[in-house]
Design a protein around this ligand. Sequence first.
Ligand SMILES: O=C(O)C(=O)CO
Length: 396
Amino acid sequence: MLRSKAFSLLKPIPLMSGQSNLAYKLTHPAIASHGLHCHGRIANYRQRCKTCPCNAGRRTISAAQAKVMAETELPGILILDIGGTHGVLENLAALLKKHFHLITMKEFLEHKKEMSKKIQSVFVFEGRPTIDRELLESLPNLKVIGNSGVGVDHLDVKMISEFGVKVTNTPHAVADSTADIGMALMLASARRLVEGCQVAVSPDTKCFAVDWLGVEVTRATLGIIGMGSIGYKVAQRARAFDMRILYHNRHQRSQEEEEAVGAHYCEKMEDLLQQADFVMLIVNLTPETHKLIGKKELGLMKPTATLINISRGAVIDQDALVEALSNKVIRAAALDVTYPEPLPRDHPLLKLNNIIITPHIGTATVQAIRMMAEEAIANMLAVLNGQPIPSEVCPK
Ligand SMILES: O=C(O)C(=O)CO
């Protein structure tokens, strides 16, 4: 297929906030309110507009280039929030460019007339951009929204499907890196790693090991809530620590799968909560799992237990968690996800010393980012070519 030289020279342009009503809606509200570029979760914590090293966003294209793009044969793909630094932007763009004409939100808004019919896919890389009726109505030939990541709680899949548009996700690409972050949080919390680091970098602090006693992960009981592919990968890793593994899930795994990792099914979540030394949340955020862990559930946990969340912040009632941690109802918590993200500076969770919080870095590895893009591309191409879709998210 032919590709225009002019287009191949184009650099993808990250979404700019506040450009128009539509652009505003496509910017995560939390990010807009912080005045940050919508560059992805990690960048949200670190990059302010002024210091952002990514200057690509300032680039624009001519009407002639836009016309060439609109006439070329590769399907157009609208890029929502492809961001980051350190070459991530360029690497992902290069992968996408093999199959699609990249059209950034800025380009789309500037040349809507030429662009809108060309766009057949929307690629959601990071952040939680709003895909609403207004956007869908402006894309008459849209066939697929390819989400990078497994969680699609930011997308109204039912509404999107009414437009005949498919939604896909990347459960395979995220599984190892997200399971690793679950293990990392469990170990770090158990052995008070963050506090230890703080002591080590303050040479004046007197440090006796007895003041920093942690608890052992080895041979402890791990309760996994949500035994999908990430949950199962966690169980595989936990087996190497001789952990006793309990799990609660909508469906019981096969006997073979259970035996392979030595996991025992708890039909009632309460049974798991009462027995586990570490409770790890790995469920999708749905109306059923919203505030799944609240005051009652925290009260069932052992006072020596640790709660780890690598799913979505809203799975925990954060007010109840603040209370439970302050009153030592449970030993500690380790969260890779919160609501909102990031937490406001004065949030009570940030004032506690029995908590570890990371900025939603479950998939923040060089390998996972690339695999997510590859899996998303495979999904989107399958939809466009009328082939079986590897990972489709069906409306409930
Ligand atoms: O895949 C996702 O949705 C994640 O948030 C992984 O951390």
